[in-house]
Write a protein that binds this ligand. Structure first.
Ligand code: ZN
Length: 54
């Protein structure tokens, strides 16, 4: 038996697997976005440098 990876208190709901609720599913999504946004921001700076060489 596994518990929801976000709150670690409730069993996963089949609709929100592996999370127990919509809320926990949203929390995981926000964490994922927070990590995903950090990378394009760094790449943007590299693109600016390339522009100056032109
Ligand atoms: Zn949960």
């Amino acid at each position: 038996m596994s518990l929801c990876p976000i709150c670690r208190k409730a069993e996963p709901d089949p609709r929100y697997k592996p999370f127990c609720s919509r809320r926990c599913s949203d929390v995981d999504l926000q964490r994922w976005f927070a990590g995903a946004y950090a990378i394009p921001a760094a790449l943007d700076e590299t693109v600016d440098e390339d522009d100056e060489k032109d």
